[in-house]
Design a protein around this ligand. Structure first.
Ligand SMILES: *[C@@H]1O[C@H](CO)[C@@H](O)[C@H](O)[C@H]1NC(C)=O
Ligand SMILES: *[C@@H]1O[C@H](CO)[C@@H](O)[C@H](O)[C@H]1NC(C)=O
Ligand SMILES: *[C@@H]1O[C@H](CO)[C@@H](O)[C@H](O)[C@H]1NC(C)=O
Ligand SMILES: *[C@@H]1O[C@H](CO)[C@@H](O)[C@H](O)[C@H]1NC(C)=O
Ligand SMILES: *[C@@H]1O[C@H](CO)[C@@H](O)[C@H](O)[C@H]1NC(C)=O
Ligand SMILES: *[C@@H]1O[C@H](CO)[C@@H](O)[C@H](O)[C@H]1NC(C)=O
Ligand SMILES: [Ca+2]
Ligand SMILES: [Ca+2]
Ligand SMILES: [Ca+2]
Length: 408
């Protein structure tokens, strides 16, 4: 074996060279590497810094209306245990109306809006079965919002067609899968008639009902998704103009993303991990790259997951925001009018909503809390008083609707 040896007569030169080398190594290699590592660490820490509590808020001065200001809450009575809500234009004026589902009654409450953001007291409508979810949509293209409900115990959905003057036709029902829980709509086959996707909570599936004429829904399919599917949101994820959808799979800790095959049918869905027990879901473009992103609430890990679209309908980047509370409902709207979508999350076991302002890059600032009535089951938003600022409506288990007008 040959020992490595350094020629003796070059030792002085070696020493000078090695000193130079060391200096060069430190100044040109190690120091920049340390700076880069330090910068990356700082970026990672800032980026993934969870939101602890409202007392930790460091307001970024460059985000407008930070923090947001709201009017004192206005309260309205609901039926027994309000569970979900939706907004739309139900009577002929141009002021938003609100529909609330009362879980322990077989009723829905309709609140008709006015120009100053106040609402008439509830108008109660009886439903045939207990309802879990409501979507307000114009289903027959007459510019009047109709009401779609899930009848959980009869495994049906019901459509109440708006006939004007605050009246509705008696519900038309359609059979779906086991325990229909959540609904969204989209024109999946692009025939200019809205189709309906219904989450079957006990069925690990969704039912897609296709409208071919006059609300016939004469064709429907059962499409498999993950276990204990809870919620669904429709959006065009791959920008091919055909609506796609995403479902929360509560006991799989995933979302299932189903891409439209450009004929209204769906290929196998792709799943992406979320936090623990994903429940509520909504979609919007959060980083203004014109591709739709996903936000869901996680019941088991008290977090929100934000999943970013890579432009092809894949969601491999996930950011997590800790709220320390169970949330089952979120609303994605631009609350400070900077064109970037913000997040409102409802606290199911407490008296708060959490507002995350977008830092204008899809990353969200530490949340701001707004105190509400207790046990917020759902939150929604809309410009109720038509001043250009998006307001907030939510429902509390104590049979109350709260309205907060945005004073940004
Ligand atoms: C549709 O309804 C909205 C809200 O009621 C109203 O503001 C709008 O003028 C209506 N549009 C047409 C074309 O009738
Ligand atoms: C708001 O509008 C409603 C309906 O037009 C009216 O009855 C009420 O007095 C108004 N409230 C305020 C505070 O202006
Ligand atoms: C559409 O359906 C409704 C309710 O099922 C029915 O009363 C009406 O006659 C139908 N209209 C047409 C044009 O088929
Ligand atoms: C549904 O109705 C449309 C229009 O009448 C018809 O073309 C289509 O074949 C029907 N589909 C089924 C599955 O019955
Ligand atoms: C989405 O598709 C539309 C229509 O093809 C196109 O104009 C637009 O640039 C696309 N958006 C993005 C972000 O690629
Ligand atoms: C929101 O921003 C738009 C565009 O900058 C502006 O025209 C509008 O007046 C703003 N609305 C409010 C309520 O500040
Ligand atoms: Ca209608
Ligand atoms: Ca699509
Ligand atoms: Ca915003």
């Amino acid at each position: 074996m040959q020992k490595p040896s350094i020629p003796k007569d070059h030792s002085q030169k070696e020493h000078i060279i090695s000193t130079k080398c060391r200096f060069l190594l430190w100044s040109c290699v190690f120091t920049p590497i340390l700076i880069i590592i330090g910068t990356i660490t700082v970026i990672i820490v800032i980026r993934y810094q969870p939101s602890f509590s409202s007392s930790n808020i460091k307001y970024d001065i460059d985000i407008p209306c930070n923090p947001l200001k709201f009017s004192d809450k206005t309260r309205y009575s609901t039926g027994n245990v309000p569970w979900q809500m939706s907004t739309g234009y139900i009577d002929a004026d141009s002021f938003l109306d609100i529909v609330v589902v009362n879980r322990y009654d077989t009723t829905i409450s309709i609140y008709y809006g006015s120009e100053n953001g106040t609402f008439q007291n509830q108008k109660l409508y009886s439903t045939t079965f207990g309802v879990a979810y409501v979507a307000v949509r114009d289903m027959n293209n007459d510019n009047k919002s109709d009401i779609i409900l899930t009848y959980t115990s009869s495994n049906q959905i019901a459509i109440l067609i708006n006939t004007g003057n605050q009246n509705f036709n008696s519900p038309i029902t359609y059979p779906v899968g086991n325990y229909p829980y959540w609904i969204d709509t989209g024109d999946f086959n692009k025939n200019n008639l809205l189709d309906v996707v219904v989450v079957n909570n006990f069925g690990a599936s969704v039912t897609i009902l296709y409208d071919y004429y006059n609300l016939s829904f004469n064709y429907s399919i059962l499409y498999p998704v993950g276990n204990d599917a809870t919620a669904v949101s429709v959006a065009d994820f791959n920008n091919d103009s055909y609506p796609d959808f995403v479902v929360t799979d509560l006991s799989d800790n995933t979302v299932s993303v189903a891409i439209n095959s450009k004929n209204g049918m769906f290929k196998n869905s792709k799943t992406y991990f979320t936090g623990i027990e994903p429940w509520g879901i909504a979609t919007a473009d959060l980083n203004n790259d014109n591709f739709m992103d996903i936000v869901n609430t996680n019941d088991g890990s008290y977090t929100l997951s934000v999943l970013f679209n890579d432009g092809y309908g894949n969601f491999n980047r996930r950011d997590t925001y800790y709220i320390g509370a169970t949330s089952r409902s979120i609303s994605l709207v631009d609350l400070n009018n900077d064109t970037f979508i913000d997040i409102i999350a409802a606290d199911f076991y407490n008296q708060y909503i959490y507002i995350f302002l977008n830092k204008q890059n899809g990353i969200f600032q530490t949340y701001q809390t707004v105190t509400t009535d207790y046990y917020v089951s759902a939150v929604t938003a809309g410009d109720f008083n038509r001043d250009g600022k998006i307001d907030i409506a939510l429902i509390s288990f104590y049979n109350l609707l709260n309205i907060f007008l945005n004073q940004c």
